[in-house]
Design a protein around this ligand. Structure first.
Ligand code: IVH
Length: 756
């Protein structure tokens, strides 16, 4: 989070009244400008981290000099204006994002992975399309009976903003289609050409308005105008490259589907090619990269998509990206500048992350003032194993010091990094950076566990940085997603002392019921906005189990693990009971790991290595059977390993954390996951695949079973419903027999799920 110098006590000591007054005035102005740039102009002039840090500095100063708090104090400004203007529109099919490839190795891995998934031989035909990745913003257009009826931005992939009126002003978007499927959702990118961007900025400047930083921002700002006539005056364009819901297939191949979209009147990028081999894909990438500057619009890579749509269907998607496509990004852009400071931010799980504050420099058209420095080893010039990175003359890794001339590296929209240091320009006074061992936010010990590259604050919820980051995570889109309560608002509530932990969100209304006035007095707020906020909070009291698990912000429990856990346990109580029951096993697991690490240090030969099992057994010897069973259940869930299990157990065993979770649960009505296909014959059943499968790969079998509502587990227990055994199945098959569990071969399984 913030810099150590923003600590209240330090500030009070460091600034006298006059200096504090001047600084508060500066902060009020800067933060008001930043709010307007962010909300009104769609053109942020500060990063979120900078904004947050200034806001905290302001709050700390106000705490130190309460009588200097200004009438227009930024603390009284909630941040976003409540969502207004654009209504929300749910996508009938999720709008996906793309996984990235950064080099040839990533591309060949992607293709090899697809072959493995589909079980295709290395020389079996597998064609791809290759097309430019347009640097704009994606839009989904819905046509019914040939009429454009709605247009929505991507939003969080599930719900976007309804920009139908604005989309109708874009010339590349047909209003009417002839001989189109009855329902057709066309997806593509809204962008602005270089020439139109330059002309728009000239007009902006002539009118005394701020120019846009790049064509992408200009396109986004223009599409999201509340007045559609302004959008009409902005020269936006649209390339179609994908589709959502369709009432009948467009074609059998991606190439055919694009041709069909073209015949319906859409613009298809003329650099799209069908590539039969990986060599063709890479050759096309090289051609597009060479022509990049001459295209007349911004692109940031090449997108490859499996051409055969039947394969695309089989490959399906991961949580947010399809397995059948990848974006091959252009190489990073580089620039040199001075490292002015290193700040330490504290994250949700207590991780101390060093951030480079740079003399601003333009890297590939974007001004960069901050970059990540990853962790203390990275600053010191070594990797997690102690091996040198950025080797210098003596073979040791070059360390990074404040005052150094550093190389900034930016690839697409990824956070910029510091890649290199120019030692010849190092100031004589530059000192090696001392990474803090105390948390800069709460002064608790910050420790590094063996094998972890990250140093973490041990303060837990007493650490304000962790508490705020946890709250931000709690309200984020994939978690509780409370309308009108974003990261900035929840932080403002925290600073005011109104919301210290998630449970407090749900008591806001009753605590401040009488004092709705507090909210009302805030700039941009009135009774209506407060009521809207409370209504939005109330709506989220009913929450799906997987969202709740994700929202808790437990280390290693991301969206996918949360969904795996929710599917397996169905209820919060079942999850909590099993995690609690497994607690003694976590200790046994740790003892076993320690014993193994110790043994492994001298286990030079195979014989000694074979002797690890007794050490493991000894560590587990005293673990009660119910704890072992609960541990096996947890770690037997597909996708959940010992790391997640230990993290869940550790969190649940920490009294403060647990009490905080319990206080939250008391306000909620937790929804049990619905079997995704209730009518499917395997919905809700626990299935184990073992042995080799011949008609599909293990990954495909798992994805298919899960899409039919089954739970796939890695181990057989009394709870298992079906074991699908292929040739070579061993102990799991035997255990299934012993336990009397239904055993199927691959063909019988396919027949059961209707694929036979
Ligand atoms: S395909 C299911 N093709 O890149 C695949 N996306 O980084 C959906 N994009 O959200 C996307 N050019 O906004 C596809 N030729 C192209 C694209 C493209 C730009 C954008 C799109 C997507 C983002 C992912």
């Amino acid at each position: 989070m913030s810099r150590p110098k923003q600590n209240t006590a330090d500030l009070a000591a460091a600034l006298d009244r006059d200096a504090a007054k001047t600084r508060l005035a500066e902060l009020a102005k800067t933060l008001a400008q930043a709010n307007a740039a962010y909300h009104r102009d769609d053109d942020p002039d500060l990063t979120d981290a900078e904004f947050d840090s200034l806001k905290r500095e302001n709050a700390a100063l106000e705490a130190a000099f309460p009588d200097l708090k200004r009438g227009d104090s930024p603390s009284d400004h909630i941040g976003t204006t409540p969502a207004e203007g654009f209504s929300k529109l749910a996508h009938s099919q999720r709008m996906l994002s793309l996984a990235n490839a950064f080099d040839v190795g990533d591309v060949t891995d992607f293709v090899a992975g697809i072959r493995r998934y589909l079980n295709l031989p290395p020389d079996g035909a597998l064609a791809f399309t290759a097309e430019p990745k347009i640097d704009g913003l994606s839009l989904s257009l819905r046509y019914e009976d040939g009429q454009l009826i709605s247009a929505a931005t991507r939003g969080d992939g599930q719900v976007g903003e309804n920009v139908t009126t604005n989309a109708r002003t874009i010339k590349d978007i047909p209003q009417t289609l002839h001989q189109a499927p009855a329902v057709l959702e066309v997806r593509g990118e809204v962008y602005m050409s270089h020439a139109d961007f330059a002309a728009l900025n000239t007009r902006q400047q002539a009118a005394g308005a701020k120019p846009f930083a790049n064509p992408r921002n200009a396109a986004a700002g223009s599409l999201r105008q509340l007045d559609a006539e302004i959008t009409r005056a902005r020269p936006l364009r649209f390339f179609a490259y994908a589709w959502g819901e369709v009432s009948e297939p467009l074609a059998d191949t991606q190439t055919g589907a694009l041709a069909r979209l073209k015949s319906l009147g859409f613009q298809i990028n003329n650099r799209t090619r069908t590539c039969p081999t990986v060599a063709d894909m890479l050759a096309h990438y090289t051609r597009i990269e060479a022509d990049r500057a001459a295209l007349g619009y911004d692109i940031d890579g090449v997108v490859y998509k499996v051409d055969d749509l039947a394969y695309q269907r089989r490959l399906g998607m991961r949580s947010t990206t399809p397995r059948w496509a990848i974006a091959h990004k252009f190489p990073a852009e580089l620039a040199w500048t001075t490292l002015e400071a290193i700040d330490i931010q504290v994250g949700r799980t207590g991780a101390l992350s060093p951030v480079a504050r740079l003399k601003p420099v333009t890297v590939g058209g974007v001004v960069v003032a901050n970059a990540t420095l990853h962790n203390e080893d990275y600053i010191a010039g070594r990797d997690a194993n102690g091996a040198p990175i950025r080797p210098g003359e003596n073979g040791r890794g070059k360390d990074i010091r404040i005052g150094d001339h550093v190389q900034v590296y930016r690839a697409g929209d990824v956070i910029p990094k510091i890649a290199d240091v120019d030692l010849s320009k190092r100031p004589q006074t530059a000192q090696p950076f001392n990474f803090p061992t105390l948390c800069p936010e709460c002064q608790s010990q910050a420790i590094r566990e063996e094998g972890d590259a990250i140093r973490r604050c041990t303060g837990g919820l007493i650490c304000p940085a962790q508490a705020v980051e946890k709250l931000k995570h709690f309200v984020s889109r994939a978690a509780f997603d409370i309308e009108g309560l974003g990261a900035r608002q929840v932080e403002a509530f925290y600073l005011d002392g109104w919301v210290k932990e998630p449970a407090d969100i749900f008591t806001l209304q009753e605590r401040y019921g009488a004092g709705l006035q507090h909210l009302k007095n805030r700039e941009g707020w009135g009774d209506k906005s407060a009521e809207n906020l409370f209504a939005a909070i109330s709506e989220k009291r009913k929450i799906p189990l997987h969202r709740l698990i994700f929202a808790l912000g437990i280390r290693h429990v991301g969206e996918v693990a949360a969904a795996d856990l929710a599917r397996h346990f169905s209820t919060w109580e079942a999850l909590a009971d099993t995690v609690d029951a497994a607690a003694p096993a976590a200790q046994a697991h740790r003892r076993a790991e320690d014993a193994i690490v110790t043994e492994r240090k001298d286990a030079a030969d195979q014989t000694r290595r074979a002797s690890l099992q007794p050490a493991r057994d000894a560590a587990w010897a005293d673990t009660p059977a119910p704890a072992k069973a609960a541990w096996d259940e947890l770690t037997g869930i597909d996708g959940i390993g010992a790391t997640v299990a230990v993290s869940l157990i550790t969190t649940f065993q920490q009294a403060r954390e647990r009490e905080s979770i319990n206080r939250l649960i008391a306000h909620l009505e937790i929804e049990t996951p619905k079997a995704r296909a209730a009518e499917s014959p395997v919905a809700g059943l626990i299935v184990v695949f073992t042995g080799s499968l011949e008609k599909m790969t293990r990954a495909e079998a798992k994805a298919r079973a899960e899409s039919l509502g089954a739970k796939v587990s890695g181990s057989v227990s009394a709870k298992t419903d079906i074991v699908v055994a292929g040739p070579g199945a061993g102990s799991k098959q035997k255990k299934a027999r012993d336990l009397g569990i239904e055993l199927l071969n691959e063909d019988q399984w396919l027949e059961r799920i209707g694929d036979g």
